[in-house]
Design a protein around this ligand. Structure first.
Ligand SMILES: NC(=O)c1ccc[n+]([C@@H]2O[C@H](COP(=O)([O-])OP(=O)(O)OC[C@H]3O[C@@H](n4cnc5c(N)ncnc54)[C@H](OP(=O)(O)O)[C@@H]3O)[C@@H](O)[C@H]2O)c1
Length: 371
């Protein structure tokens, strides 16, 4: 029975879970729509475009290791979309390991990636399983651009920027605020260095507008490239077209340092969630590809080379849905060559991922050899 539905979409009632299911249906992959509330999952499934001929079943499951392990047994891969991941992720990854299935998630939380690497990287490698966080728009797309730069021998430093236009979902807003609790890192001279706090800078968009950017929790890329012997430096800055957001980040950081840091978790989370509601009170409408676009650039430099990649992508949540579904499709039929804690591009290949995004009209890339 489990083998008939090899992919579990955990968080199927959510905005991102729905888009993962939409793309799984399109790739003809059977799946289990799982989450904590059957009625909400049923309601979400009803509005997935094309659901009429999707092969799926629904499963209500508690967010505990025992219940999730039972659900995962005999399957191939879980697509975990239940965030903030540092809050809700630990039972899911433990259950994936116990059931012997691959794990992918949609995190953009650097602190969660570090935690996964340190607590589960070895165990997944030993079990022959892939552990692939951040298989999502942020930062799966920018990683592709960086890997195109690294095709040029001699590139050892990656200076990355992103400009995004997104309406954060409920859990995304919570996730952005949760990040205030954790340190963020960038890669400098082969060492992961901690930012002293939120780091802001000016970045220039492809249309030469100057925007204020921040380190936005550090991003996934320094963590991936700290494990790549070719790369000495990697830093990424993110700007939102909504320039109020970085100001909110700075205000929250101040509030955290002054008072919030002493509040215990069971009081702090409700407080942070009430602030998140002020950003996103309810599930936003479906993205519009004419509006919700992002630009990613990567300048790859070395002693005698400079390469630049410029990417445009549309619909960050659509893109995330496709990346998850594509990863699930590959992991449900292939034995991955690489196991343990790995990036999406390492396991699936940056050119394959780019080709998939291009085939859906979700992203374009230009690679320029400047020197
Ligand atoms: N890196 C990226 O580019 C990227 C892109 C997309 C999403 N994300 C991340 O993915 C996560 C989900 O985003 P979303 O857009 O799907 O948010 P969402 O629409 O708010 O959905 C959240 C999902 O998590 C479930 N959930 C919440 N608390 C839970 C708990 N205690 N136990 C079990 N399930 C729980 C919800 O279930 P109910 O419906 O029952 O409440 C819902 O299915 C966020 O952390 C977001 O930042 C990242």
């Amino acid at each position: 029975m489990s083998a008939e539905f090899p992919v579990v979409v955990y968080g199927a009632s959510g905005y991102t879970g729905r888009l993962v299911m939409e793309h799984l249906r399109d790739l003809d992959v059977p799946f289990v729509a799982a989450g904590r509330n059957r009625e909400k999952i049923e309601a979400a499934c009803r509005i997935v475009p094309g659901i009429e001929n999707a092969r799926y079943e629904i499963c209500e499951v508690e967010n505990t290791v025992e219940a999730l392990t039972r659900l995962f047994a005999g399957r191939k891969v879980v697509c975990n979309t239940v965030g903030p991941f540092m809050r809700f992720g630990p039972p899911v990854v433990e259950a994936a390991l116990q059931a012997g299935i691959h794990y992918v998630d949609t995190t953009g939380e650097q602190h969660w990636m570090i935690w996964l690497r340190d607590h589960y990287g070895r165990a997944f490698a030993k079990a022959g399983l892939a552990l692939i966080p951040s298989t999502a728009c942020m930062y799966g797309v920018s990683e592709i651009g960086a890997r195109y730069c690294l095709e040029t021998p001699g590139v050892d430093s990656l200076d990355m920027t992103e400009v995004a236009q997104a309406v954060p979902t409920v859990a995304s807003a919570q996730t952005i605020l949760d990040a205030v609790r954790y340190s963020a890192y960038y890669l400098q001279d082969n060492e992961l260095v901690r930012y002293p706090g939120i780091d802001t800078c000016d970045i220039v968009t492809p249309s030469n507008r100057v925007l204020k950017a921040s380190n936005w929790g550090g991003t996934s890329n320094p963590i991936w490239f700290a494990r790549d012997g070719r790369v000495r430096n990697c830093k990424m800055s993110v700007a939102m077209w909504n320039q109020q957001l970085y100001k909110k980040e700075l205000e929250l950081e101040r509030a955290y340092k002054v008072s919030l840091q002493w509040i215990p978790d069971d009081h702090l989370y409700p407080l942070l969630d009430s602030m998140a509601v002020a950003i996103t009170p309810d599930t936003p409408p479906r993205e519009r590809r004419q509006v919700h676009r992002a630009y990613d650039t990567c300048l790859g430099t070395g002693n005698n080379v400079i390469v630049k990649t410029t990417m445009v992508s549309t619909g960050g949540y659509f893109t995330t849905g496709l990346l998850q579904a594509y990863a699930a499709r590959r992991l449900s039929v292939e034995t991955p060559a690489l196991t343990g804690f790995r990036s999406p591009s390492e396991v699936f290949g940056h050119r394959d991922l780019m080709g998939m995004l291009q085939s859906y009209g979700y992203a374009g890339i230009k690679v320029e050899r400047l020197v």
